[in-house]
Design a protein around this ligand. Structure first.
Ligand SMILES: [Zn+2]
Length: 264
């Protein structure tokens, strides 16, 4: 690809990611509250001022308004432009690895879903069922791609798809039940277990296991620090969703290479 064309396309992909990130902010805020993600339009939570299109440009509006509502000057969280930037970077990353392909389209949708899951879990310590249902519906895309042979993240037939959905989920379910019996507390939430139905559909069971392994290493280290240094209740739940999201994203991009490297 010509360098100029590549820079142009990358910029477009990045801007697409920023705009999708702006929509993900809405999803993260509204889905756990059971609110509609399409109406009403975005407004200031403090004064109710409805945002004009010019105030909805990702990142740019935030900088132009110096992080405050135009009307009441209430501060806007840095997280909004942060999630927009994160989505922009993630979209570019997927594009860089897969070019313009069906894989890219599916993995853009998959990573958008993971970003929402990560931040909702961080905020509420749960993964709401509507998110799982949305993930399973969007899972039609990788399933169709596998059956028609134009999705290359993993390959196979109906049986491989079922294996992807069921093996990691059932294993996690067993782990969750056993650890719950032993420790008397919920080590792993049912939301995390159900999330693996979705991850398994998009990644197949090999990459799902890898994602779980990455999540456990990252989450295990931070979970230990959490146990040692956290203040407050002993029973404050550790949010595992963000680690699963990182593990699943890394597996979706570098999974085959990592597995090849480990198993030769
Ligand atoms: Zn306001």
């Amino acid at each position: 690809m010509d360098e100029g064309v590549f820079i142009y396309l990358s910029t477009m992909v990045f801007i697409l990611g920023l705009s999708v990130g702006s929509f993900l902010n809405v999803c993260i805020y509204r889905i756990p509250e059971g609110m509609s993600i399409v109406s009403p339009g975005s407004h200031c939570p403090k004064c109710g001022h409805e945002l004009k299109p010019i105030e909805l440009i990702p990142v740019v509006s935030f900088l132009a308004l110096r992080g405050r509502c135009k009307v009441c000057r209430a501060p806007i969280s840095f997280r909004y432009p942060g999630i927009e930037l994160l989505t922009g970077i993630v979209f570019f990353w997927v594009f860089l690895k897969n070019g313009f392909s069906y894989d890219t389209l599916v993995l853009w949708i998959f990573s958008a879903l993971l970003i929402v899951v990560a931040f909702v879990d961080l905020d509420h310590r749960r993964i709401p069922n509507p998110l799982i249902v949305a993930g399973l519906i969007l899972g039609i895309l990788p399933i169709a791609g596998i059956l028609l042979d134009f999705y290359t993240v993993y390959s196979g037939d109906w049986f491989s798809i079922l294996e992807g959905m069921l093996i990691p989920t059932l294993l996690l379910l067993a782990f969750s039940l056993v650890s719950g019996l032993i420790s008397g507390s919920r080590g792993l939430g049912m939301g995390d277990v159900k999330l693996y139905l979705v991850i398994g559909t998009f990644l197949g069971w090999h990459l799902s296991f890898l994602s779980l392994w990455i999540a456990s290493v990252l989450g295990g280290l931070l979970g230990l620090a959490w146990l040692l240094f956290r203040k407050g209740s002993r029973h404050t739940e550790f949010p595992f969703g963000p680690f699963i999201a990182v593990g699943a994203f890394v597996s979706s991009i570098y999974g085959s290479e990592i597995l090849q490297w480990i198993f030769g």
